[in-house]
Design a binder for this molecule. Structure first.
Ligand code: CMP
Length: 148
């Protein structure tokens, strides 16, 4: 089953948007198979954003993501990566469509509230940074046949 990593960044927790964002994933019908509130270590942040390590904003990004609690989640289901990316919106909130999480609640690229894996390869790399295998559940929603 396809999986994706979703991280609600420190600004989302401080602005008390966790419930609103989780509600959107639930209303869409997605299945959340893991969830953890944590304070990311610098090592986790460096691994997570290693692809950006040459970028000028990398130090700021690591500082920001480790500046307070984050909520890490794993969602699973057919096409879940594309579904979550669409719901998240473009990286720059000025380009994110209304109706998306970033488009509705953010104004700044660094403080764009949410991270979501952009490919199967990224998800496979990112999920183990935050979750052990045994922390991810296998179950089916009872209303799945009404959703898919
Ligand atoms: P995210 O989807 O978590 O992936 C990488 C993050 O880097 C991105 O969201 C932004 O928060 C951040 N980012 C990307 N481009 C910039 C930029 N030009 N300035 C600051 N932060 C950026």
């Amino acid at each position: 089953m396809e999986r994706t990593l979703v991280v609600l960044k420190p600004g989302a927790i401080q602005r008390e948007l966790m419930g609103e964002i989780i509600k959107r994933f639930e209303l869409k019908g997605t299945t959340i198979i893991g969830m953890k509130l944590l304070h990311a270590t610098t090592e986790q942040a460096n691994r997570h954003y290693a692809v950006h390590k040459e970028k000028s904003f990398f130090p700021e990004l690591v500082d920001y993501i480790t500046s307070g609690p984050i909520l890490a989640m794993v969602l699973a289901g057919p096409n879940i990566i594309e579904i979550v990316r669409l719901m998240t919106g473009k990286t720059n909130p000025l380009e994110s469509a209304p109706g998306t999480i970033r488009g509705d609640f953010s104004l700044n690229t660094q403080k764009n509230l949410i991270h979501a894996s952009d490919s199967v390869e990224s998800a496979e790399y990112e999920i183990p940074i935050y979750f052990m295998d045994e922390e991810l559940l296998e179950y089916h929603l009872l209303n799945e046949s009404s959703i898919y």
